[in-house]
Design a protein around this ligand. Structure first.
Ligand code: AMP
Ligand code: GLY
Length: 422
């Protein structure tokens, strides 16, 4: 008999809409719930007004709705120990426990792990004393990179071209505490060059399932100019990773990663998303994320052909070595439509039109991020508003379709990059 399940997805971004969209195709799903969700998730799931960081509220929700499995989207609840909380209550949940999510929540912890287990990464030093960090800046070579140790909403990394810039970054983080306690410790590391790419792999402690690669476009403006954002668009596959490079990533990053988990007794179960830089000396890990990327997931879910629920359960049950995810060979593109002013202050509540027209191409799916329903209309409700995704036989075809669809959508202040995948 087919056991059908009630699933709760935690979060409210394009990533969560894309995960729900994929889960909704599973024959084994009985009902979908989302907390807190957005106007798009409301079409597939029952939204509940519980914040992604309200751990007791989420436990209560999972119990009240008799949820069979919870999937955690964002990093903060993972770092705060949501998975540990759910386990304590006997609730099934997908994601790493806090001790393992530290690989994302503490850059110094991740560095030590990489160095100990021979995973290629930028050379670095860690400081918890500002004077020692400033002394290091005085004798360092430039450019160099100053990183707040903890979660800083993607704003904790400064590429310093000069000693003055590095010292300012150190002071802001460690003395002025612009990132709160997340910046009490800083990692100062070697500046690397090369194209970046996003790797995703489900990890069940001993085994892993590597996904196809993707590429994010992090800067706000065309030509990789402007401020860093959460991500303005993705393509999958990227141009950086061919079969040989994928083997290298397995051998040099993923194999030592799972061996390191075993050696350290670190119980990692969930999604590992290393950000890589393809340097002249090979791939190097810039950071570990312990969750699905956003907007990477929007492109990846368009290409995934296997049942996502099967993959998530195989991860929780430690059976990844027996599954091989299947993928659409076509290229996927995701173009983020953001509110005017993003990543700075934005205005919410602008009426969005044209989503249905954009969605009418069978190769296009529009995922919602910062959207809400107001008086029956879809309105903007955040920095990144929508992710317009398209599949195409080639990257160029996918881009053309995605931009044609993106141009059908309007809201006041809409901004997008014109060079995603270009
Ligand atoms: P992270 O949050 O560590 O991924 O850093 C954010 C962005 O800063 C990355 O996507 C890179 O573009 C850049 N970055 C981080 N570390 C380095 C490095 N060691 N060398 C050059 N760029 C870096
Ligand atoms: N797109 C980058 C991230 O999810 O961290």
């Amino acid at each position: 008999m087919l056991l059908r399940m009630k699933i709760l997805v935690i979060g409210s971004g394009g990533r969560e809409h894309a995960l729900l969209w994929k889960l909704s195709q599973s024959r084994r799903v009985k009902a979908l719930h989302c907390a807190p969700g957005n106007a798009g998730t409301a079409e597939l799931a029952t939204n509940h007004p519980v914040a992604a960081t309200d751990l007791p509220g989420l436990v209560a929700l999972a119990k009240a709705e008799q949820i069979d499995l919870t999937v955690v989207g964002p990093d903060d609840p993972l770092a705060a120990g949501i998975v540990d909380c759910f386990h304590k209550e006997g609730l099934r949940v997908f994601g790493p426990v806090a001790a393992a999510a530290r690989l994302e929540a503490s850059k110094s912890f991740a560095k030590e792990f990489m160095v100990r287990h021979g995973i290629p990464t930028a050379g670095s030093s860690t400081f918890s004393d500002p004077e020692a960090a400033l002394a290091h800046c005085a004798k360092a070579m430039y450019p160099l990179v100053v990183k707040a140790d903890g979660l800083a909403l993607g704003k904790g990394v400064v590429i310093a071209q000069t000693r003055e810039e590095a010292e300012t970054a150190v002071r802001q983080s460690m003395i002025e505490k612009v990132f709160g306690d997340a910046g009490n410790t800083v990692v100062i590391e070697e500046f690397l060059t090369g194209p970046e790419c996003s790797i995703h792999a489900l990890v069940d402690g001993t085994g892993y399932a590597l996904f196809p690669d993707a590429k994010d476009h992090k800067r706000a403006l065309d030509g990789d100019l402007g401020l860093n954002t959460g991500g303005m668009g993705t393509i999958s596959p990227s141009r950086e990773v061919d079969g040989a490079m994928q083997e290298r990533i397995r051998r040099e990053v993923m194999e030592p990663f799972v061996r390191g988990l075993a050696a350290d007794g670190l119980p990692f179960s969930g999604m590992l998303f290393p950000g890589l830089m393809m340097t002249p000396n090979g791939p190097k890990v810039l950071e570990f994320n312990c969750r699905f990327g956003d907007p990477e997931t929007q492109s990846l879910m368009r290409r995934l052909q296997s049942d996502l629920l099967d993959l998530i359960e195989a991860t929780i049950e430690g059976k990844l070595s027996s599954v091989t995810p299947e993928w659409d060979d076509r290229a996927a593109v995701c173009i983020v439509l953001a509110s005017g002013g993003y990543p700075g202050p934005i205005e919410k509540g602008k009426v969005i039109t044209g989503i249905e027209a954009a969605d009418s191409d069978p190769d296009v799916v529009v995922f919602h991020a910062g959207t809400a329903l107001k008086d029956g209309m879809v309105v903007t409700n955040g920095g990144r508003v929508l992710g317009v995704t398209a599949l195409g036989a080639t990257l160029e075809e996918a881009r053309t379709k995605a931009y044609a669809a993106a141009d059908k959508i309007t809201f006041e202040g809409k901004q997008l990059r014109r060079d995603i995948g270009g």
